[in-house]
Design a protein around this ligand. Structure first.
Ligand SMILES: Nc1ncnc2c1ncn2[C@@H]1O[C@H](COP(=O)(O)OP(=O)(O)OP(=O)(O)O)[C@@H](O)[C@H]1O
Length: 247
């Protein structure tokens, strides 16, 4: 495995569930070597995409197996992993902790830029790049969902992480900002791992993983991965008793 690669070796994730003696398995025996720069993760609701992504910065620990990100183990070198992996959550409010966007981006930069003037200039440039400068001093609670989602991405990218993990980053974005996200991802030097229900975004990826009930059921090119997922969805819907009225 190269040092710029992500590797999962025989990873399973199980969690205890209330009132049950039997733990729930969220991921089953997943092994992957991911050297590509653009990796998409697609699959049904509840299939295990977020769990897979959260393993990459140690937010979820494997019950069995190992996860190594760019040469660092998520179990024994968690701090190194966290400082190299930028994670953008689906719900931006779960990661925006400061009252305004400007303060949030400056907080992200606190460790890498000691000088407050440099920090302020860099924050300004990052906000400008995402078309957020005019909203920089507004309360994050007054921003729209899409503006917050872009702000969360801006705050993570400000520190230039080696790996960018995006968990459904376009759910709240309008068409224009989705295009901005798409171009931003396309231009990044970093390795990107992104889960998405937006199949057009998935088609931009070099490699696509399809997750189904905690297993990787497809691993390969984007067009084939999307076709595989569409077929899975069609088969699942065909199995539902949808015919006729509800009354
Ligand atoms: N800590 C937990 N305890 C119990 N069950 C969990 C826990 N975390 C996740 N799950 C369950 O594991 C399954 C996979 O969840 P996950 O969030 O990885 O799915 P997902 O593919 O990202 O779904 P979505 O597309 O809806 O965001 C779901 O059934 C979820 O309810």
């Amino acid at each position: 495995m190269g040092v710029d690669s992500i590797s999962l070796s025989r990873v399973s994730v199980r969690v205890a569930v209330d009132d049950s003696q039997v733990p729930k398995t969220l991921l089953h025996d997943v092994s992957l070597d991911l050297p590509e720069r653009r990796i998409g993760v697609i699959g049904a609701n509840g299939s295990g995409k977020s769990t897979l992504l959260r393993l990459l910065n140690g937010l979820v620990a494997p019950t069995e197996g190992t996860v190594v990100v760019h040469g660092h183990s998520t179990s024994s070198e968690l701090r190194r992993v966290r400082s190299n992996v930028g994670f953008v959550f689906t719900d931006p409010l779960s990661q925006l902790v400061m009252p305004t966007g400007r303060e949030d981006v400056e907080l992200s930069l606190r460790r890498s830029l000691r000088n407050s003037k440099e920090r302020a200039a860099r924050a300004e440039a990052v906000l400008d790049r995402f078309g957020l400068l005019h909203l920089a001093d507004q309360s994050i609670y007054e921003l729209s969902g899409g503006e917050r989602q872009l702000l969360a991405l801006a705050a993570v990218l400000a520190v230039n992480p080696g790996v960018l993990v995006l968990d459904e980053p376009s759910t709240l974005l309008d068409l224009r900002n989705r295009e901005l996200l798409r171009r931003t991802i396309g231009a990044l030097e970093q390795q990107v791992v992104m889960s998405t229900h937006d199949l057009d975004l998935a088609l931009d990826m070099e490699r696509v993983l399809v997750v189904e009930a905690g297993r990787i059921v497809f691993d390969g090119g984007a067009a084939e991965g999307v076709a595989h997922y569409r077929a899975l969805c069609a088969a699942a819907v065909d199995g539902l008793p949808l015919k006729g009225s509800m009354s």
